[in-house]
Every structure is written in C-alpha cells, then in structure tokens.
Design a binder for this molecule. Structure first.
Ligand code: DOR
Ligand code: ZN
Length: 407
C-alpha cells in the first residue's frame, strides 16, 4: 500500500474544505483546520553564494531559509567567485550544491543560470541542458559579470534564440551609470545611489534588450523591473506578441527611497530603491499581468559589509523567507488576491522556465500576525530590511518531496 500524507480539513482557494493527499515515505496526518493550501513557491531569482561567498550564504542556510518561507524551487544566479560562466564551472557548482544539500538533508529543487561573459559565449550551447537561462548583466553589480557591448549582446541573443535558451537580463545601462557617477562625485551619502542608477538607466537597457529580443527572436526575461517606464516598454512588447517576461522584486514593491534615512548603506540594492510612485506602477502592472513573476533577488551580504561607507558597501538584501509573508500581508490589505499570488509565485515561473511539475505545497495561516525579527531568520546574513515590520499571513508547513517541514 502506498504511503501518504493526509492534510485534513484544509481550506483551498476555491473556498471549500477538503482532505488533500500527498505521496510520502511515511504515513502522516496534518490537522489543517485553520490553514490554507497553496502550491509551494518558486523563487526564480536567488543568490546562494556558492562558490566563493559561503560566508554570506550556503545552500544549507539558503535552502533552510527558502523552505521556512514556503519556497521549494529556487533558480540561482551565476555571479559567484569565480563567475559561473563556463560548463566546467557549472558542473563544479552542481557538485558543490548536491553535496551541501545532501549533508543538510534539505533536498530543495533548483535550477541554475549561466553567466554571460563575452569570452565564453561558445559555452552556451554546450551548457543548455544544465541551465534555466543565460543571465546577462548589462550593468555592473555584485561580482565581475558585465557584458554591455553591442556586438557581444547581439551574439548572445542570437545564440540563445538558436538554442532555445531564455535570456534573463539585469537591465541597467552601464555607460549611463558611469556618467551619473561622475555627475554626483561630490556626494557620499547612500541616497545618491538612486540618482546614479536612476529610472532612465533601467529604461535604456530594457529598451535595448527588447530590441535585441525582437531582432533575434529570443525569449527574454527582465529581472527586477522597478519603474513605470520599463513597464510601459514591456507592456508594449507583450502587445506586439513578443516572448518578453517581467519579474518584480519585493523590495521594489514594499520599500522605497525613504529607507535611506533609516538604513543608510544597508538600503543599497541594484536596481536601487525607487520613489513610492514607481511601486504604484508595479502594483498596476501586477494587476494587468504585465508583471509575470516575483523573484526575491535574495542577495545576502553580512551586516559588517553592508555598514561600510558608500562606494564600498555591497548592494543586495536577504529576503527569501519573507517572500510569502510580504505577499500574504499585501493580500490581507486587499492589494492582491491569493489567485494572483499563486500565478506570480508558482504558475508563471513554472511556465516561463519550463520547470517539471511537482506536488509540493505550503500550508499557510492567513490570520497569524508576527513581527519580522532578524534573530529568527535562517539566512546566514541574519538581517533583512524588513526588520520590525508586522506582517499578517505566515507559512506553517512546507511539504517538499513528500516530507513535512515546520516553518
Ligand atoms: O543588489 C543586488 N545584489 N543586485 C544585483 O544585481 C546582485 C545582487 C548580489 O548578488 O549581491
Ligand atoms: Zn540578483
């Protein structure tokens, strides 16, 4: 007889209560009287820092944080040290991840991006079976991956189209960033970051990426969109029927430039925090389906690193365990429906990245209210920009590959 987890009396989005069964290695019963069943989340954008940044995060700590947040699939970025831009490095990275997950007994599902590097574009076709996409940094960020010359971009988009590889772009225009850096050279406060990497920096790169996708017939995924202008360009591309997809990140939905006065260099992220009106544009784009997915851009750095002066402090926020609570809290406030949360965090990423289906679920308590506390976070970085925020709606159990994990 096959063994099962029975989730009793669980609420579903349709509104009814039922028993839900999941194949398992053991028989178990969960009394889910006050819980809601959702498909486990996919996070299409994480930085788990292996290899080279293990002091910031490992796959053991990253997977623990993900599972605690109801996430059972993560797609990991290639800006490692060394950058993951060849098949050899990709295979070595997979070996490291497998060993870490096995030792931690946390068999999270994952996919990897290959990093675009003009010297290694011939690695794309050879790596295509091992990757979920090619990641192009059109502007510089953490790590040394940067590819912004037109001929390499043309070549990469063309090879990707030919090999049916999705191209994910960090769309910030490097030349404009450098120009603005000179313009604001007399400022050393963290808030200047949002002026140097202003909305025009993002729009210029998105414009070019869409042009390249159109020219070569490439599937394009634009990570962490954060401005009204980018979204207008993407909305237009979708209208034209181009295979262009957009991601938004929690920090651009839930935080804004007001955070600099409180967190200074800790508030640095690329693309930077925006003015509140840009978040309004993101919410509109979520509701008209211009935005396809939410990717956390979980990018842990230690507090010591984050507290360094402007120019030295790295950009990025840990956030994966708050991905679902932030969205459930927005749902409690009437900003988004549960159906839309499922589409953004599960259905659309599964479709866009062509991930195999699975029966992982998360059981959430929509009424639980808790304040975000750095000390209880599982990320190795042990901090988040959401510290002190009271959120309503938290995961209770995550079920991954037929195993129950307490959140
Ligand atoms: O803020 C960011 N941090 N943006 C990126 O593009 C990279 C990330 C990181 O890896 O730290
Ligand atoms: Zn990122």
């Amino acid at each position: 007889m096959s063994l099962m987890i029975e989730i009793r009396k669980v609420q579903t989005i349709g509104g009814h209560r039922t028993s839900h069964f999941i194949k398992s290695k053991t028989d178990a019963v969960i009394d889910a009287e006050n819980l809601m069943l959702l498909p486990a989340l996919i996070d299409p954008h994480v930085h788990f820092r292996v290899p080279g940044g293990e002091y910031k995060e490992t796959w053991a700590t990253g997977a623990a944080a993900a599972i605690a947040g109801g996430v059972t699939t993560v797609l990991d970025m290639p800006n490692n040290s060394p950058a993951c831009s060849t098949k050899e490095r990709l295979l070595a990275k997979i070996d490291l991840i497998e060993a870490e997950l096995k030792a931690a007994k946390l068999p999270i599902r994952y996919g990897l991006y290959l990093g675009a590097d003009r010297r290694h574009l011939n690695e794309m076709a050879a790596s295509k079976k091992q990757i979920v996409g090619l990641k192009i940094y059109m502007g510089s960020s953490t790590g040394d991956l940067l590819m912004n010359d037109r001929s390499s971009l043309d070549e990469a988009f063309q090879i990707a189209a030919k090999n049916d590889i999705l191209v994910a772009v960090h769309a910030e225009d490097e030349a404009l960033i450098q120009h603005n850096r000179k313009k604001y050279a007399d400022r050393a406060d963290a808030a200047v970051h949002s002026l140097i990497r202003d909305p025009a920096v993002a729009a210029k790169a998105v414009h070019l990426a869409i042009e390249l996708a159109k020219q070569h017939g490439t599937r394009l995924y634009i990570v962490h969109t954060s401005t009204r202008e980018e979204l207008s360009l993407i909305r237009q591309a979708k209208k034209e029927g181009l295979p262009v997809y957009a991601e938004a990140s929690p920090h651009h939905l839930f935080l804004n430039t007001g955070l600099y006065s409180k967190l200074s260099t800790r508030a640095l992220v690329n693309p930077p925090l925006r003015e509140e009106k840009e978040a309004d544009a993101l919410w509109e784009a979520i509701n008209d389906e211009t935005i396809d997915t939410i990717g956390t851009d979980h990018a842990p750095h230690t507090l010591e690193e984050k507290n360094a002066p402007y120019g030295t402090a790295p950009s990025g926020f840990p956030s994966i365990e708050l991905y679902l609570p932030l969205l459930l809290n927005a749902c409690a406030q009437g900003k988004i429906s549960l159906e839309t949360i499922v589409s953004l965090t599960h259905t659309r990423p599964q479709e866009i990245f062509r991930l195999p289906l699975n029966d992982d679920v998360v059981l959430v308590d929509l009424n639980k209210v808790k304040t975000v506390d750095n000390k209880s976070l599982k990320t190795k970085a042990k901090w988040s920009p959401y510290e002190g925020m009271e959120l309503k709606g938290w995961p209770r159990y995550t079920i991954l590959r037929g195993e129950i994990y307490d959140c």
